[in-house]
Ligand binder design. Structure first.
Ligand SMILES: [Zn+2]
Length: 392
């Protein structure tokens, strides 16, 4: 527990920065930048932190648009994570502008008390969550090496403090056939596009064998050059996702087999590039429960998870394999009104309600982080929960 005096002081700092945090969230929303190109967003965060006396490193961890701002000299260390990348075409339809502003708000509040509490807080700006996995690169660069706990929040249509996320693989299949005139001599050609489309059909046929919660979805990236040429080249991408790394491997092998079978049927070649995507989220329950308690005292009640709603994948999953971590989801709209990656969700990410939820998230994160700094018992239980889930 933290004293109500400390909680109130953290809240007061965030309230006093409300206008600037709103402005940060609006600016990032109005100027969407894709993975690893978040130059304006990261610069605005640096600018806001330095305006409040918090010098910020950028580039950080070898990434131009990653950043780190630190407070506190010694003691336990909590990282608050900011995302700020957008999606092609639909902009901030995942609400990462709110994630960024919420993290900055929590950090600015914690920075005012870190020394007094005898702990350390780092704001880590993590690029490219929507593809590219900035957090994985930062993990590899050692950015979380001496971190005791990490947290962020994510916008959603309901409040869930420990919703699972899916581990994922990315596959790209490139088919190479033989071009021929599609009317004069189709018999001389071998269609890469046919093999590509057959892959989708074969995968659909295998769905009956997938375990619950598995997701396999793809699109055709390249389907040929002209209507009168039997397509020589076709490329498709698949994402394979599962709650469980073992099932993920099994389904990945099935999808690859489908691509090879399709290539064989069309007498074309296929090359498959597969890349380990994100790990599933290991939600740290002792931390999630404290976050929920703080949220409750701020007037919002959350549950751990909700089987009625789906889930995605995040590179925060990889962070959760390295340190105790939480990734709570907070509503920025009515239940079912919109979900991530929909145009309506992008509107919600800049609405008054969205901005209010961001401020609330900042407060709940600041209180939870402060509690981790002052309460060795909470740190111990977070660590032993982490160790047990790692062993399991
Ligand atoms: Zn997202």
């Amino acid at each position: 527990m933290i004293s109500s005096d400390l909680a109130n002081r953290l809240d007061a700092v965030i309230d006093s920065r409300r206008v600037e945090l709103h402005e940060l969230a609006r600016s990032i929303h109005g100027s969407p930048e894709l993975a690893f190109a978040e130059h304006r967003a990261s610069a605005w965060i640096v600018e806001l932190c330095s305006r409040h006396g918090r010098p910020t490193e950028r580039p950080f961890g070898g990434l131009d648009t990653a950043l780190a701002a630190r407070a506190g000299k010694s003691g336990p260390h909590v990282a608050v994570l900011a995302e700020y990348d957008a999606l092609p075409e639909i902009g901030h339809a995942c609400g990462h502008n709110l994630i960024a502003a919420g993290a900055v708000g929590a950090f600015l509040a914690l920075a005012t008390v870190a020394d007094e509490l005898g702990g350390r807080v780092t704001l880590v700006g993590t690029p490219a969550e929507e593809g590219g996995g900035g957090k994985i690169k930062l993990l590899e660069a050692g950015a979380f090496r001496d971190v005791d706990a990490a947290m962020m929040f994510h916008p959603f249509d309901r409040d869930l403090v420990a919703h699972p996320t899916l581990a994922t693989y990315w596959l790209e299949m490139t088919f190479k056939g033989r071009p021929a005139h599609a009317a004069v001599a189709p018999h001389d050609g071998a269609s890469a596009l046919t093999a590509c489309m057959d892959t989708f059909r074969l995968v659909d046929g295998q769905r009956v064998h997938f375990r619950d919660g598995v997701r396999v979805h793809g699109f055709i990236k390249d389907g040929g050059e002209a209507v009168n040429i039997i397509p020589e080249r076709a490329v498709c991408q698949f994402s394979v996702r599962s709650f469980d790394l073992g099932e993920l491997e099994r389904v990945r092998a099935i999808v690859e087999r489908c691509a090879r079978a399709a290539a064989m049927a069309s007498d074309v070649e296929v090359s498959i590039e597969s890349r380990q995507g994100y790990r599933n989220m290991r939600n740290n329950l002792p931390m999630a429960e404290r976050f929920a308690a703080h949220l409750e005292s701020l007037g919002r009640s959350a549950v751990l998870t909700d089987p009625d709603v789906g889930t995605g994948s995040t590179d925060m999953g990889d962070v959760s394999y390295a340190v105790p971590a939480i990734h709570p989801w907070l509503a920025i709209c009515d239940r079912g009104e919109a979900l991530c990656h929909q145009r309506r969700f992008a509107e919600c990410a800049v609405s008054e309600r969205g901005l209010d939820s961001m401020i609330l998230a900042a407060k709940a994160m600041a209180r939870t982080a402060a509690e981790l700094l002052v309460d060795p018992e909470l740190r111990r239980s977070a660590k032993s929960f982490f160790d047990a889930s790692t062993a399991g």
